[in-house]
Ligand binder design. Structure first.
Ligand code: SAH
Length: 489
């Protein structure tokens, strides 16, 4: 095929879709161009930046026809910041796109049949008793938030320097400590005072930590030279308790004037219950190092989800949107179909959050997770809530669960909640061999979900319904809960 465009051409492009990274997919003379900031249904004038064999990239110059779903992004740094990708799309439009994105993945990658696909709206459909014989998979409308802002409980901010314009005494410009987010696809830090998807306490505490660092003359880490002390600041706040934790990630042991720092933070924010230092002296873009110590206060903060209390330490994985997490976990429990007597396995259990939701309705729950500290937290969290029918083991799900099988554990339900890369093949094989009546798949990545559902389908399971839940408004991320039955059940 001859490529109809060349670099620097100006073209008028119709936008027909959005990529999983939120770029508009355009067609110019049948040739695909990816254009950041353009929305489906729009026509834009764009300049071609880069041309490959079968696709290219272009930059939007002018909006010729706007989508009715286009809105002004409320955040002033939306254009530069890599944190959000969809603020220019109405919230309703985002929820619809997320559902469609799930449908597309199920069909294209999983080769699965979706009910009401090919133009039908798909909304309001229900699987009724969940059996849904031969109808194809029901993909429900995405569960959105009533107030899709300020939803995050955790902020993790890289620290660096900016150079001010040259001035008297500083002919090459004065260095200033900044902290914020990386610009789109780069490691350039954009200083940030407010992030509209963060709990406002996180914004305030980070602002304060940065200004104390400037005052005390703390140096910012430089990724290229590996010099400078402060690398990252992480803040987490419990939405139910209001308790906050501050973690300073440092390139070295010693924090100058640490007592003053602690005093200032405590004075300004009495809700801070824990100040922690994590030392990371390696030249890497992994945020945390191996050494974590409490500088002041408690090792954990507490939060609650649907009446269950959780202790959360600096290194624990804990879902970042607590309001939607409750929606997600309730759906997972509903899809598990528990009556009080079942044996349930919770694979990839983290600090045991889903396990404890399940334990309230099941006979016995076994959780497995690869991070040993998370498993310690899970045990503590069960005790904290007086839950005694859940037990936890540290290890890889694909290693531990086959062993449980040999030991004679027979689950009625297996719940999986893997990271983005999806389930290990050996785990899927073990699920097929253990033959639980029901599987509940909680997924943060529709493409690996679709791949794994194909394996389960070929092994005698049927995907009944999928509930997308919007855990990350204004970003391209989609979370799903899936109800899966063994054929004949
Ligand atoms: N269900 C939990 C955690 C989900 S995140 C919650 O909702 O909070 C996925 C988890 O899988 C992480 O905690 C990660 O540490 C863990 N993990 C990654 N690979 C794993 C493996 N091979 N076996 C078990 N757990 C794993």
């Amino acid at each position: 095929m001859t490529v109809p465009v060349t670099k620097n051409d100006e073209v008028v492009v119709d936008i027909v879709g959005l990529t999983h990274e939120g770029e508009g997919v355009g067609r110019a003379d049948g040739f695909t161009l990816f254009i950041q900031g353009a929305l489906p249904g729009e026509r834009v004038r764009a300049k071609v930046l880069k041309v490959k064999k079968t696709y290219g990239y272009a930059k939007m110059l002018e909006l010729v026809v706007a989508s009715p779903d286009r809105v002004d992004a409320p955040c002033g740094i939306f254009k530069y910041c890599g944190g959000c990708q969809l603020q220019h799309l109405s919230y309703k439009g985002q929820l619809e796109w997320k559902r469609q994105h799930v449908v597309d993945n199920l069909e294209r990658i999983g080769k699965l049949r979706v009910a009401g696909a090919n133009g039908a709206s798909g909304d309001g459909e229900s699987a009724g008793d969940g059996r849904n014989e031969g109808q194809g998979i029901v993909v429900h409308p995405t569960i959105g938030m009533d107030e899709p802002w300020r939803y995050r409980n955790k902020a993790s901010v890289p620290i660096g320097t900016a150079v001010d314009a040259p001035s008297v005494g500083f002919p090459s410009g004065k260095e200033r400590l900044i902290g914020g987010f990386y610009a789109h696809g780069s490691h350039r830090i954009i200083d940030m005072e407010a992030c509209l998807i963060q709990h406002s306490d996180n914004d305030d505490i980070i602002g304060m930590v940065k200004s104390i660092a400037r005052e005390l003359g703390v140096s910012a880490y430089n990724e290229e030279t590996g010099r400078g002390l402060l690398r990252h600041v992480m803040v987490r706040v419990g939405f139910v308790t209001g308790e906050a934790m501050v973690v300073l990630i440092t390139n070295g042991q010693k924090v100058p004037q640490v007592e003053r720092w602690i005093e200032r933070i405590r004075e300004a924010f009495p809700s801070v219950k824990s100040i922690v230092q994590n030392v990371n002296t390696r030249k890497t873009n992994v945020i945390f190092g191996d050494e974590t110590r409490v500088l002041w206060g408690s090792e954990v903060i507490y939060d609650g989800l649907d009446g269950i209390r959780f202790a959360i330490s600096a290194r624990s994985f804990y879902q970042v949107n607590p309001v939607q997490t409750v929606e997600l976990y309730r759906k997972a429990v509903e899809y598990a179909g528990l009556t009080g007597s079942e044996t349930v396995i919770d694979a990839y259990c983290g600090i045991g959050t889903i396990s404890l939701f399940l334990a309230r309705r099941a006979g016995r729950v076994y959780g497995v997770e690869i991070v040993p500290e998370a498993i310690e937290d899970a045990g503590r969290n069960a005790a904290l809530n007086g839950i005694d029918n859940a037990s936890f083991e540290a290890g890889a799900a694909e290693v531990v669960i086959p062993r449980w099988r040999k030991e004679g554990i027979v689950p009625d339900v297996i719940v999986v909640d893997p990271p983005r890369k999806g389930c290990d093949e050996a785990l899927l094989e073990t699920i097929l061999a253990m033959k639980p009546e029901r599987v509940v798949y909680v997924s943060c990545n529709p493409s690996t979900l679709a791949r794994d559902l194909r394996v389960l389908t070929d092994g005698g399971y049927r995907t009944v319904e999928v509930q997308p839940v919007d855990m990350f408004p204004h970003t391209v991320h989609v979370e799903c809960v899936v109800r899966i039955y063994r054929e004949g059940h």
